[in-house]
Design a protein around this ligand. Sequence first.
Ligand code: PMP
Length: 390
Amino acid sequence: GNMSSISVPPPKCLQKPLTVPYRHMFGPGPSNVPSRILEAGANPVIGHMHPEIFEIMNDIKSGIQYMFQTQNKMTLAVSGTGHSAMECAIFNAVEPGESVLVAVNGIWGERAAEMAERIGKAHLAPPGGCFTIEEMEKALSKHRPTLLFVAHGESSTGVLHPLDGIGQLCHKYNCLFLVDSVASIGGAPVYMDQQEIDILYTGSQKVLNAPPGTAPISFSERACQKIFSRRTKPVSFYLDLSWLANYWGCDGKPSRVYHHTGPVTAFYSLRESLSVLVEEGLENSWERHLKVAEYFHAGLESMGLKLFVKEKRLRLPTVTTIVAPYGYDWKEITSYIMKTHNLEISGGLGPSVGLVLRVGLMGCNSSRENVDMVLAALKDALKHCHKSKV
Ligand code: PMP
């Protein structure tokens, strides 16, 4: 062949315009992005090291400190989704051979353990709805881990894990306390400093209603002391906190050096989403999510559906798990609702597959009108989907 002629022709598909439908995003995430936040992301791309971007990053940092209720100066957003923040937390906090205790109550604990095993040892607390302080203490004194992982909002099971007292307990055992709040923060109270959480992270695409791709994270003084006195470098260069700290201006050094190209348009959207939260106020947002969830749960029960999480105080206000209706195929229900109502709800994930339907109403999606829409779609699905006569 002729080396100077191309052998792969231009694809026909790319000669057609991009089309994306509007859809009600009432699954466990991503949630709908309001036009205000989408438009923020459509601002011009400028250099990721330009002073205007550093100012936007500083604003984001203040927004995260508010959302997390922390004074930690080591507060930033990882360029990546929630998983990148999980790895950033674990790969920086844990050195080879150290052990991590994971309170598994769904897929996020399983995933954290899978990550922890790649550098250290993971001890799994036996899976359950949630863990009491006594159970936590028993496991901490037995395993003496470096880090304890708890998912505050387990989006696979719909459980909101209580956090009070765990941080203090961890510190009694010289252990760092890591909390995943991807599916919960902004929709349920978290007080990072008061609850003595050492590492806390979330994602942009849930309560914040920003597009997926940035992950707010914060580290306590105690976490920083451990991380910055490591004997070994973290296995990931991309997620190395000493580099990220410099890029985000958290290390007190006079100048920032190039680490990676910050996703500037994602920063614009993230900043706007934090502005929305600041405008509403954190307490108002918590209250709205709780009220809407209670209204939703009452509506489900009055339809004869059952909630997967029996204990009210343990129900995640952002993601509701409904016991998969008896006699139905859950997949038929979710696809019927997608096809007929242009609305996404989802089935289970990991340990909850086949057991539940999951509905996420997060950020701007958390409203009574949307609850009514979901309830109507569910009623319609139960009427039209095939029911076996068992
Ligand atoms: N943790 C929890 C509790 C989540 O709900 C999710 C997303 N479903 C993640 C972590 C992972 O986030 P991402 O998909 O953005 O990587």
